[in-house]
Each structure stands twice: as structure tokens, then as C-alpha cells.
Design a protein. Structure first.
Lengths: 347, 347
DNA sequence: CTGAAAGCGCTAACAG
DNA sequence: CTGTTAGCGCTTTCAG
């Protein structure tokens, strides 16, 4: 029996049961110092004998260390921040899942933030990351934030994903967007399409890079370029494509620079009563689950979504181990999945 | 100028710049006590004069409070845990987004955990929630955990979503699953289908409830019941449905008890070269983005996904304010979205 | 290997 | 309204 300072007699192992035990209580029950408890439960050097006793006491009390206290004292949060535009974008959903898996595997926790392609929210969440004293951040920034990003403003390393800022500013894991867009365009050309329109997101470097690849591929063949930029969301794509289709000389093929825009394009085509690829061929980015299911399937560039998160996390961990390393940019390749939406053009 | 205990002279406002400032540094620069800083930055009573000075000093130093310290001292984490089976299930993606929105609005943070319908992971993450000293948890448990759940084992309240345990054990926000399944079946019957198969998840109470509704609706009409239970993932659904379709007297209509199973059913039907609804009609749960895009659209029960998260968070906050309130279960209704996949049966 | 003691950075009494 | 003081629960020197 113990009498704590409130003078309440309590049998730690029974009456208090499983809740609210602190290291001190464990120490008392195991008849050791709190330092020994800390070491026994952590990785300190403790004799097997005492370790046993401590573990038993801890189990008996249902002791759970207070992570805030631990983090404060040890000065390390074992936490990473993950800032994405919107978790509902399947690309980010998949990435975030793999980041979480990798993080928990490394004994870290992740704080997920939806920044909605909004510079203000980005700044706010970045501030929050400071307050959390995260050890690092995995970040998919808007074009604006990416281009002005000052890593020296933060005391944690940043790994950018999907989008990268100026070279050498932060680590990054990105797709070879130019190449991927070129592949898509080349494929459409091979299939007989000539008036190929491109729909791109207007807020990220990714959209811009894919547009560049699109243009390059068309110009190399002397074909006309028709790129349009919209907010990266379904509704914006729907109205843009609808308007486009209403024009007299509209494209006979369309590429969409991400899964959301692709979805919008499909919807617009359906609502306009046009067939794919009969009236307009369609291809895009992101092998989202549904793309294989609509019509004869949609031709897409598949990104290694799960790997992107895993690699970003690895990059972050290696940066943490070796802060002075030169900044690295890892460029991945997408793979072209050919499906019915880009069947050879019928004349 | 200040000389800190390390004897290093430093001009706080310039040389140290924006990093690593602590409350003590702000106090020194503003020439007030640390308590005043704390109050000025929090909501304590401080004269406008000093408040101004403190804020300026804080801004100059780029001071950011250390949340671990704050949480330790104030004994409140302002954090909620969110345990879902897999964030990649669009239902949980949407719910989690709304939980996060609501949480940040309430000045709270959320820790997201993917438990993969795995009892071990559930236990592990629940333990982690204890260590984080979260103020509450929003939880979508496996049937197993739900039925044995002992809220007294945890020092935080739990709100279950999508699935509920025994009545009165925890708060919960759920769909009226029986009713929704009945609506689906009734609709199919009205459209002329008679051999209606049901595909349900085998690990949650939700699947069971929907199966019950399905059975009730069929039995009320004296129609045959054919329910099959599978792991709640796409691949399991694909093979189950494929096998089913290969049987001589297979159903002429199918309902799938969630978005993942529905997706699997579509894929199986496509791969078997069967048309929807010509060969087999199809309906299911969850108005995932793609369901409007395949074929003539898929008939589904739409759940108020965003609301579910918002309401769960509200319920949690109200529970926090009033712990002694009786346990509440909020039952929401889905809405039937009729689309081409359940067009009237052609004979 | 073990214990005593000193804080991590902050908030909340308690005095003035 | 403001400053002083005492910890929150834990890890980590520093002695023994």
C-alpha cells in the first residue's frame, strides 16, 4: 500500500486499476527508482531481474508513458507532417497511406494536413508544424509556395512530393512529368488523333510541366497546341470541357493532367452525349480505381503512388541522419496503361 | 543585448533570427515575465500596452510555442484520434476529411490511424491514443472489437462511426443500414428482378445489418435469399462474383454492401463479358465519384459522408463538455440514387 | 547497473 | 494587471 501526497491510501495494483498511472507509480510498485523504470521500458541498460519487475508492474497498472512529456524532455517529437492539397484526391490518399505505413514502421507518427491549394493554409500549417516540433515535413506545395520556399525559415527538413521547387532547395520525389505527358501525346498521335487538347491544373508546377511535355510532343510533329488551365477539381474540369466541346472545331482527343480533371472530362463527355473514343478520345494521369471501369477503360499514366510515399519517407529519414547531404531530387517514371479510350481513330 | 547562461552574448532580435526562441527569450526581449508572455499570447488578462510589446517581440523572434510543453503542463492534448480501416476506402477518405475540418475548426488536431480491419492493430492504436492522451477517439471498429468494447478501459470517450457496438456502450453515428438495404432490394424488385444476390463484408456489423435488411425485404416478398460474405476488399469481391456468375442459376441482380465490393462486382461483370443491367443488374452502397461514370451509372445508396464526420466530431465535443450524458446513437438515412444499372428488366 | 537530481518549455496558482 | 514559484511526466546527466 502507498499513501500519496493527497493522503489517500491506495492499492496501486487494484483500486486504481488501469488508468492514469505515471512512471512514479510504476517505480513504487516495482520498488525501483523512476530512472530505472524509464530505462527498463526504453532501451537503457537494466538487469534482467529489475527489467522483469518493472514490466510486470507496468502491465499491472496499465501504465502508458505520456508522449508529450517524453517528447518535451527528449526534445524529439518522432512526428512528421504531411501536407497535401486534399486527401480526397486518390493520388494523395494513396500517398498518405504509404507515408503513414512507413512512418509507423519507423516509430513515427504523422500529422495530416489538407491545405486545399491555398497559400494561406500552407503557411498556417507550416507554422503548426513548427509548434509541433516535427522532425520533418512531406509537402505537396502550390506552385507559388514552391517557388518562394525558404527552407532556412524552418528548423525541419522538407521533402516535396509530386511537385518540386527550384532545384537544390529541398529534397523531392516527383514524376518525370514532361516525359509522361509526351508519352501520352505520342500514343494519341500514333492512334491517329491530330487535334489533341490538353487540360491542366493551374496551381501546381506539375500541371505546368505536363503542359510543357504535351506541347513539346505536339510541336515536334507540327501539330497544333491547345492547352487550357483550370483549378484542379472535378467541377472546373466539367465546365471547361463542356464549353470546349461546344466550340465548332473542338479536339478529337483530350488529355487531362490528373485524376480529378480526368474525371471531370469523362463527366462532361457523358453529359454532352459524346462517345469515347468515337467522338473524342481521352487519356490522362493517375490510374485511379475507376479508370479501368468506365467504358472500354481509360488510357492513363500510372504513377507509382504507394512508392512515392515510401520513398519520400525514406528520403526524410536519411536527411535526418545526415543533414549536410546535398539536396536530392528523385525522379520516377510513370507507366502508360493503354485502354479502350484511345483506340485507333476511325475515319 | 542579453547574456544567457552559456555566457554567449546574443542579440535576440537579429542574430538568432527566427528559430528556436522560447518563451523566456520573448519575455526578455519584451522586458516582462514569462507568465505575461504566456497570458498575452493565450487568453489571459494583460494590458493592451504589454500585450502589444509581447506580440511584437514574439513576431520578431519568430516565436512558436512548444505544443508538447503546453500539452504536458495544461494536461490537455487538444487532439483526437481517428481510427478507420483504410483511408483508401473513399467512404473513410471523405469522413476523415470532414473530421479533420471539424477538428481544426475546434482548435484540435487529429491523429489518423489505418487499422486494416485488424483486431491487433486496433488494440495497438488504441494504446497509442492513450499515450497521446487524446481527448477522444472516433472509431470504426471491426465487428469483433465493437462487440467486446469496454469503454471503461480507456480514459477518453469514443464515438463509433459506420459501425456501432452494443447499445449504450459508446456514442455512435451510423446509417440506417437495414432500411437502406431494404430500399435497394425493393427497388430491384420493382424493376422486375427476382433472383437478387447480396454481397456483404464479413468483418463489420455494417455488413451484417445490411444483409439483414436485404433478407427481410426479400422474405417479405417470398423471394429467395442468396447472401454471400467476403473480406471487404475489391479482390475478394472480384473472385466471389466471378465464381458466382459461373454457376448455372446465378442471380439476375446483385447488391454490394459497400463501395469496394461494388467496384469488385463491376470488374467481375466486365471481365465475364456480362452487361449491366442486361445480364445482371447491379446496385450498392456509397456514391463514390466513379459510380456515376460506369456504363449508364450505378444505382447506389448515397451516405451523407461528409456529415458523418462532422456529426461524429460534434458528438465528441459535446461528450467532452458533458461526460455524464447518456450514450447517444445517431442514425442517418441514406438516399437512393437511381441510375441505369437497375433499369427495368427486359424479358 | 542503479539512484538522485536537474531540468525540457510551458501554464496556473498565488501573491503583490 | 503582473511577477514569482511550482510543477506537468518524463529522460538524462552525474555520482555511486
Amino acid at each position: 500500500m502507498e499513501a500519496d501526497k493527497r493522503g489517500v491510501q491506495r492499492d496501486l495494483s487494484k483500486e486504481w486499476g488501469l488508468m492514469g498511472a505515471k512512471i512514479k507509480d510504476v517505480a513504487a510498485l516495482a520498488r525501483v527508482s523512476i530512472a530505472t523504470v524509464s530505462r527498463a521500458l526504453g532501451n537503457g541498460p537494466v538487469s534482467a531481474d529489475l527489467k522483469e519487475r518493472v514490466e510486470q508492474a507496468a502491465a499491472q497498472l496499465g501504465y502508458r508513458p505520456n508522449l508529450s512529456a517524453r517528447r518535451l524532455r527528449s526534445q524529439q517529437s518522432r512526428t512528421v507532417g504531411l501536407l497535401v492539397s486534399d486527401i480526397r484526391n486518390p493520388f494523395f490518399t494513396a500517398v498518405s497511406r504509404s507515408v503513414e505505413d512507413a512512418a509507423y514502421r519507423a516509430g513515427m507518427r504523422v500529422i495530416l494536413c489538407n491545405v486545399d491549394e491555398d497559400v494561406k493554409k500552407e503557411a498556417m500549417y507550416l507554422r503548426l508544424m513548427q509548434e509541433e516540433r516535427v522532425c520533418g515535413v512531406i509537402f505537396s506545395p502550390t506552385g507559388d509556395t514552391a517557388s518562394h520556399f525558404r527552407p532556412d525559415r524552418f528548423e525541419f527538413p522538407v521533402v516535396m512530393i509530386d511537385r518540386a521547387g527550384p532545384p537544390g532547395v529541398t529534397d523531392a520525389v516527383v514524376l518525370d512529368n514532361m516525359l509522361a505527358a509526351q508519352q501520352l501525346v505520342t500514343h494519341l498521335i500514333e492512334r491517329g488523333y491530330r487535334r489533341i487538347g490538353g487540360l491542366f491544373g493551374n496551381s501546381s508546377t506539375t500541371g505546368a510541366e505536363r503542359a510543357a511535355g504535351y506541347e513539346a510532343a505536339l510541336m515536334a510533329q507540327g501539330l497544333p497546341v491547345a492547352a487550357r488551365f483550370v483549378s484542379p477539381n472535378v467541377d472546373a474540369a466539367v465546365s471547361a470541357v463542356k464549353a470546349w466541346l461546344a466550340e465548332p472545331d473542338h479536339p478529337d482527343a483530350l488529355i487531362a493532367s490528373n485524376g480529378l480533371l480526368l474525371q471531370g472530362a469523362v463527366r462532361a463527355l457523358m453529359e454532352a452525349g459524346m462517345s469515347i473514343p468515337g467522338d473524342v478520345a481521352l487519356a490522362g494521369f493517375d490510374n485511379d480505381a475507376w479508370t479501368g471501369l468506365v467504358g472500354q477503360g481509360l488510357t492513363v499514366i500510372e504513377q507509382p503512388v504507394y512508392d512515392i510515399g515510401t520513398l519520400a519517407m525514406e528520403m526524410l529519414l536519411s536527411r535526418l541522419e545526415n543533414p549536410s547531404l546535398a539536396k536530392r531530387k528523385m525522379v520516377l517514371n510513370g507507366v502508360l496503361l493503354t485502354r479502350g479510350s484511345t483506340a485507333t481513330k476511325q475515319v
